[in-house]
Design a protein around this ligand. Structure first.
Ligand SMILES: CC(C)(COP(=O)(O)OP(=O)(O)OC[C@H]1O[C@@H](n2cnc3c(N)ncnc32)[C@H](O)[C@@H]1OP(=O)(O)O)[C@@H](O)C(=O)NCCC(=O)NCCS
Length: 201
């Protein structure tokens, strides 16, 4: 038996009944491409402004419980990062926090609120990250995902990322023990993925 990640907020929403789900209650389904939900939400991706600080702190709190994130053997502070916001009618619906580390762009955090997931916000934020890297001449983007977070592993590989390294046991070591993550799968390993950024278009 492993402890559960102690996050009071839901990370996903059931598309069938609408129930908000903490990580350990979420389950996967496989579907055909035609039965994906339609992208219906009206939103724009824009750089964060100083006035967004409170909303950024809130989405970090809901996704991770903090604004400082330990990945790639260092600590990244979301509040010190380059932050892009998916803004739906004046509300922060999703956040992408970026940092430049050792000559590459790093996705420090990508989080979309459960009620707005599956409507193209994550993909749009990721496209903006690729553009951000391209404009600065950065050759690649790195991201670190917990081994249990199958939706994120799916999402990033669908968007051209490939696993290049796994820091086996890194998350369990940092937390003192493996804790139950997505679907109750023990969260142990930091899976590192990278995608190239083609110069120009
Ligand atoms: C993973 C995540 C960033 C994707 O953002 P999104 O706005 O839902 O993504 P999009 O709508 O652009 O794309 C959805 C795609 O990802 C898949 N997907 C992953 N998670 C999904 C979710 N919760 N709902 C719907 N689709 C999801 C879909 O199947 C779809 O795949 P397709 O392009 O092959 O059709 C978002 O679901 C999220 O923030 N999840 C919570 C992550 C988390 O655990 N945070 C805490 C630790 S950081």
């Amino acid at each position: 038996m492993v402890d559960e990640i102690d996050l009071p907020y839901p990370q996903y929403r059931c598309p069938t009944c609408g129930k908000d789900l903490p990580l350990n209650e979420a389950r996967m389904t496989v579907t055909c491409a035609e039965h994906q939900p339609a992208d219906a939400l009206d939103f724009v991706v824009r750089p964060a402004r100083p006035a967004d600080r409170h909303d950024i702190e809130e989405i970090c709190d809901r996704a991770l419980g903090e604004t400082e994130i330990d990945i790639f053997d260092r600590t990244f502070d979301v509040l010190a990062g380059e932050n892009l916001i998916a803004d739906a009618d004046g509300h922060l619906a999703g956040l992408l926090s970026l940092a430049i580390d050792r000559g590459e762009l790093v996705v420090v955090l990508l989080s979309v609120y459960p009620e707005h997931q599956g409507q193209g916000l994550g993909a749009a934020l990721l496209r903006s990250a690729v553009e951000f890297a391209r404009e600065r001449g950065l050759p690649s983007i790195r991201v670190a995902v917990s081994n249990d977070d199958i939706p994120l592993l799916y999402f990033y590989q669908r968007h051209g990322f490939a696993i290049y390294e796994i820091a086996v046991g890194a998350l369990a070591d940092r937390a003192g023990a493996a804790v139950a993550g997505f679907s109750g799968i023990p969260s142990r390993d930091e899976v590192r993925l990278r995608r190239p950024v083609e110069p120009g278009r």
